[in-house]
Design a protein around this ligand. Structure first.
Ligand SMILES: NC(=O)c1ccc[n+]([C@@H]2O[C@H](COP(=O)([O-])OP(=O)(O)OC[C@H]3O[C@@H](n4cnc5c(N)ncnc54)[C@H](O)[C@@H]3O)[C@@H](O)[C@H]2O)c1
Ligand SMILES: O=c1ccn([C@@H]2O[C@H](COP(=O)(O)OP(=O)(O)O[C@H]3O[C@H](CO)[C@@H](O)[C@H](O)[C@H]3O)[C@@H](O)[C@H]2O)c(=O)[nH]1
Length: 427
């Protein structure tokens, strides 16, 4: 099938590459001309394991093309997929400015029958609104069908997740359209859930809100563990073994970040509040996440016997999690911003990113960053940090404190190097 994907970001680019691999002819369009010209020169603008190889293969075979003319892409493809960003507005609601602008372009180009797939994460009711918007813009109802098809991939494992989703959700009451959308994914083995449009939109928000709830739950329980001298890692294993709860997403740490969980929790709260249904549970989930970092900085302060201008702190990690270059709502960046206001020297290293943060000096390697440090904070769980040479780290540091903000390190290896291990919710 001919598919036009609008938005060449983490979702658009990954989906485009996977659909090309499944045998479709895909045009991926972005208004960012520089991004498109880089893609046409074989430069992938984001880091996502396996993406470059897949894009390269299909671009060279002409099954995947990159362009920046949205209207032309709409005219030439029967299936249009919207994968633009839906960031948080000031009040936390999803800002649909990019979606609206894409719909305007679609309206101006649409003349024959199209299926418009909403891949972007959008609030409940957006599909209905998009349909009314297109009609108001003069498009005949019989010329299009808006279908919700939310995306559940995780950054860092986006290609794998797209080929092996837990489920494919298709939101439409139009059977013919549902069949066409389902056929796009032929070759992928997954349960397909065909439901209403608003239900599909809420499945996406409900999923992210539930994942965030699991994380804030375990992070809050980690605080109780700390107070009682218990180990959250053991507690989480015991809890997760109950199949009704599940073992995944129970890793305590300095809080969840990224471009999705924080914004989608806020957007669902805003959507619910707009209907006079304030979500108290999610409010608490967000609050726990917002205070998790502060609790950890206070712990560092306590362990160091004060955090002031005499201290040199090293931080490993900048991205919001490992295996991505994405810095959006990164807790690692937030912890550096907080520490930079208090410590005299802050050195940092990340394998992929070195964002400009006042007071932070970026080093070329993990070992260079710890030179002379009183304490080391692990803010992102990169494998490189897990596998560090702790004897060498101990030699280079001035102090001995290793704060494992992601509970990923091998405690024994650290302690046998003479260093002091401090995790989250661990004795
Ligand atoms: N990143 C993820 O892991 C992930 C996973 C699932 C769902 N989502 C959702 O998918 C959507 C996209 O997320 P993302 O992370 O890929 O965003 P992104 O910011 O990486 O990419 C969005 C792209 O859309 C382009 N764009 C914006 N307006 C445009 C327009 N009018 N015409 C053409 N291109 C335009 C931007 O230039 C950008 O390249 C969001 O709604 C997000 O919540 C993201
Ligand atoms: O046990 C865990 C798991 C994750 N995290 C943190 O939670 C955040 C989010 O992680 P993850 O969900 O793996 O990353 P995303 O790529 O943001 O993926 C989420 O957001 C996407 C965008 O909506 C969805 O598609 C995915 O299903 C959903 O997992 C990161 O800061 C992680 O460090 C933890 O602290 N402990």
């Amino acid at each position: 099938m001919n598919i036009g994907i609008i938005g060449a970001g983490y979702v658009g680019l990954t989906t485009a590459a996977v659909l090309a691999e499944l045998g479709h002819a895909v045009s991926c369009v972005d208004r960012d001309e520089e991004k498109i010209s880089r893609l046409n020169n074989g430069v992938i603008p984001i880091y996502e394991p396996g993406l470059d190889e897949l894009v390269d293969r299909h671009r060279t075979a002409n099954r995947l093309i990159f362009r920046h003319d949205v209207e032309e892409t709409v005219r030439q493809n029967d299936i249009i997929m919207i994968a633009v960003g839906t960031p948080s507005a000031i009040d936390g609601a999803a800002d649909l400015v990019f979606v609206r602008s894409v719909l305007k372009s679609i309206a101006s180009a649409l003349s024959d029958s199209k299926i418009i797939i909403m891949k972007s994460t959008v609030p409940p009711g957006t599909g209905d609104w998009a349909e009314s918007f297109l009609i108001e813009e003069g498009v005949a109802k019989e010329h299009f069908e808006v279908v919700s098809n939310p995306e559940f991939l995780r950054e860092g494992t986006a290609i794998y997740d797209t080929f092996h989703p837990d489920r494919i959700v298709i939101g439409t009451h139009n059977e013919a359209a549902a069949e066409v959308v389902q056929s796009l994914y032929a070759g992928i083995e997954a349960k397909t859930i065909i439901t209403g449009r608003t239900e599909a939109e809420l499945i996406k928000y409900g999923s992210n809100a539930f994942l965030a709830t699991k994380l804030s739950f375990i992070n809050e329980l980690a605080r109780v563990c700390e107070a009682y001298g218990a180990d959250i890692m053991d507690v989480a294993i015991g809890i997760g073994k109950d199949s009704r709860i599940g073992e995944k997403f129970l890793q305590a740490g300095i809080g969840y970040g990224g471009s999705c969980l924080p914004k989608d929790v806020q957007a669902l709260m805003a959507a619910a509040a707009a209907k006079n249904e304030p979500l108290k549970l999610l409010q608490a989930v967000a609050e726990v996440n917002d205070t998790q970092l502060g609790a950890y900085v206070r712990k560092l302060e306590h362990v160091l016997g004060g955090l002031d201008e005499t201290k040199h702190i090293a931080v490993w990690g900048a991205t919001f999690k490992e295996n991505t270059d994405d810095l959006r709502y990164s807790r690692a960046v937030a912890i550096m911003e907080s520490l930079a206001r208090r410590a005299s020297t802050l050195t940092a290293y990340d394998p992929l990113a070195a964002p400009s943060i006042a007071g932070v000096t970026w080093k070329e390697s993990a070992l260079a960053a710890v030179e002379g440090a009183d304490a080391l904070v692990i803010a992102t769980g990169w494998a490189e940090f897990v596998q560090a040479d702790w004897q060498e780290v101990a030699k280079r540091m001035k102090g001995s404190v290793v704060m494992d903000g992601r509970n990923v390190l091998n405690r024994k290896a650290i302690e046998s190097a003479g260093l002091r291990y401090v995790g989250v919710g661990r004795p």
